[in-house]
Design a protein around this ligand. Structure first.
Ligand SMILES: Cc1ncccc1N[C@@H](C)c1ccc2c(c1)OCCCO2
Length: 116
């Protein structure tokens, strides 16, 4: 009989996986554009174009502050970050390419931890 995990253990496992994944993203060579919030003095149009800014430090803090109710909410914030990148940056720009590479790395890790 396949043991059914209690909801508490399932959430703990999910939290461990989400922490593990973001730790791997943070040290990825293509993470550099995403480590901190985009500096809106450096990019004055950013706040107007991107309605919901998101970056790895913000996601890590939400994770540590237990602000994600589900792994899906966490995944949504990562996809928001990558979509913001595609909105603001050309695909063939250094930041655009880093975004595509890091997104691909994330989605692979996501499927490893949570097979569809
Ligand atoms: C993810 C993202 N999207 C849109 C704009 C910026 C960013 N990331 C920031 C951290 C960044 C990326 C490239 C940069 C940069 C800063 O410093 C100014 C010099 C050029 O290089």
């Amino acid at each position: 009989v396949v043991p059914v995990m209690q909801p508490v253990q399932k959430e703990q496992k999910d939290l461990q996986s989400c922490k593990s994944i973001i730790s791997e993203l943070e040290v990825h060579e293509d993470a550099w554009p995403f480590l901190l919030p985009v500096n809106t003095r450096q990019f004055p149009t950013y706040k107007k174009i991107i309605k919901k800014p998101m970056d790895l430090s913000a996601i890590k803090k939400k994770l540590d502050d237990n602000l994600y109710k589900t792994r899906e909410e966490y995944c949504e914030d990562l996809r928001l970050m990558f979509n913001n990148c595609e909105t603001f940056n050309e695909d063939d720009s250094p930041v655009g390419k880093a975004g595509h590479n890091l997104r691909s790395f994330f989605e692979t890790k996501w499927n490893e931890h949570f097979p569809p």
